[in-house]
Design a protein around this ligand. Structure first.
Ligand code: G3H
Ligand code: 13P
Ligand code: ZN
Length: 311
């Protein structure tokens, strides 16, 4: 199948009531863990790269590693820029072979967000690349920018038709109470998402693919392993899996997961060093991190997103 856009994936996911997993990648082990899991269960994939990932690993390394994974697995994979903050960074990713970009204008005014997003859409569509926009603002940490709960805001459903029509975006990320990072809800707080907003958006944009950021569940198993092996993850609480299943049955076609990958990899490495403090060969401790990512992703694809067998 090779490198693809998300157009076909989203059409099928919307009709089938499931979602595509969009996983953040930063190095070879993460890419291998994710793509080997998807290959085993025949799931289409979105691999997404943040500005921080491009800075850490360099665009060309990540692109070549993803190309290698496509050759190795034969899977349809969409390569996506996560949280592009300017026209320039989107253009650079489009020119560098990505098939999808997000222009995250959520920190701008509604009008400025439209102008910026439209500019990216015009360039991207001319190159056969699809674009994700965002309305509403998630709390949490991304690219070292910490958006406080007070500065976050839910998507206003009455704005979505105008935004989509004026910009021409192919998918829309909305804010319904998820947030970035491992600390989404306070201790004792009951996780809640505004499914009423999602339902209203769905009604106003029938058939249009919606994206959910900040969707890690912060799997307790991995938090416990980290804490049992010298780590310190106080009161990490994520999005309950049942809520993700509900979103996937609705208009949500893309579910973004990064923090769960970080936790799974760190748990594997910490546990390995507890059991083998004498090891110093990176292959010995990175392999269990990669194995944990593979196990986690397989579980997400089959038991949460429902996209297994859809590749
Ligand atoms: O939404 C943010 C993603 O988790 C990427 O995080 O910017 O630290 O790579 P990063
Ligand atoms: P998490 O921090 O919940 O994994 O969210 C990742 C994300 O939204 C990437 O864009
Ligand atoms: Zn995000």
């Amino acid at each position: 199948m090779g490198i693809v856009t998300s157009t076909e994936m989203f059409k099928n996911a919307y009709a089938g009531g499931y979602a595509i997993g969009a996983f953040n990648v930063n190095n070879m082990e993460i890419i291998q863990g994710i793509t080997e899991a998807a290959a085993e269960v025949h799931a289409p994939l979105i691999l997404q790269v943040s500005a921080g990932a491009r800075k850490y690993a360099k665009h060309v390394y990540l692109m070549k590693l993803i190309e290698a994974a496509i050759e190795d697995t034969g899977l349809p994979i969409c390569v996506h820029l996560d949280h592009g903050e300017s026209f320039e960074v989107c253009k650079s990713c489009i020119d560098g072979g990505f098939t999808s970009v997000m222009i995250d204008g959520s920190k701008h005014s509604f009008e400025e967000n439209i102008t910026l997003t439209k500019q990216v859409v015009e360039y991207a569509h001319g190159m056969g690349v699809v674009v994700e926009g965002e309305l509403g603002r998630l709390a949490g940490i991304e690219d070292n920018i910490n958006v406080s709960a007070e500065d976050s805001s839910y998507t206003r459903p009455e704005e979505v038709e105008e935004f989509v029509t004026k910009t021409g975006v192919d998918s829309l990320a909305i804010a319904i109470g998820t947030s970035h990072g491992a600390f989404k809800f306070k201790p004792g707080q009951k996780p809640q998402l505004r499914f009423d907003i999602l339902a209203e958006v769905e009604k106003r944009l029938p058939g249009f693919p919606i994206v959910l950021h900040g969707a890690s569940s912060v799997i307790p198993k991995y938090v416990d392993i980290i804490n049992a092996n010298g780590g310190h993850m106080p009161d990490a609480i994520g999005i309950p899996e049942d809520m993700l299943r509900q979103a996937a049955r609705m208009a949500v076609c893309k579910i973004n997961i990064d923090s769960d990958l970080r936790l799974a990899m760190t748990a594997g490495i910490r546990q390995h060093f507890t059991e083998h403090p004498e090891h110093f060969d990176p292959r010995q401790y990175l392999a269990p991190g990669r194995d944990n990512i593979k196990e986690l992703v397989k579980d997400k694809l089959v038991n949460v997103l429902g996209c297994d067998g859809k590749a």
